[in-house]
Write a protein of this length. Structure first.
Length: 111
């Protein structure tokens, strides 16, 4: 999941450098240096479906802490959230559909 998150982050940032005016500051540094996948997707004008949004939100958790540390800095990040399909779960759950959704999103960003 961490590698999937890194892939999306790099593709979105590359997309912004290639297409967005103002992605680089005057010294040539990338302006959007936060690890926020939903924010990057919005800035890159990548519309996300409900399934893609759910996956990107969960990948963001791996990018920020779950893929690197045993616990988050803020305990709220461990609390369950409501799922788009109903019910609730922690944000580090996985689904058998994740890989297919991720692959389709990567292909769409690359196009």
């Amino acid at each position: 999941m961490l590698l999937a998150a890194f892939t999306l982050e790099d593709l979105l940032k590359g997309n912004l450098v290639e297409t967005a005016k103002g992605a680089l500051n005057k010294s040539g540094r990338f302006r959007y240096d936060r690890h926020d996948l939903l924010d990057l997707a919005g800035k890159a004008n990548i519309a996300l479906s409900e399934q893609e949004t759910d996956l990107v939100e969960r990948l963001d958790v791996y990018l920020k802490w779950a893929g690197r540390y045993p616990i988050p800095l803020v305990y709220d990040d461990l609390l369950p959230r409501t799922l788009p399909s109903g019910g609730f779960s922690v944000q580090t759950y996985g689904s058998s559909a994740d890989r297919g959704i991720w692959r389709a999103l990567v292909q769409r960003i690359q196009a």
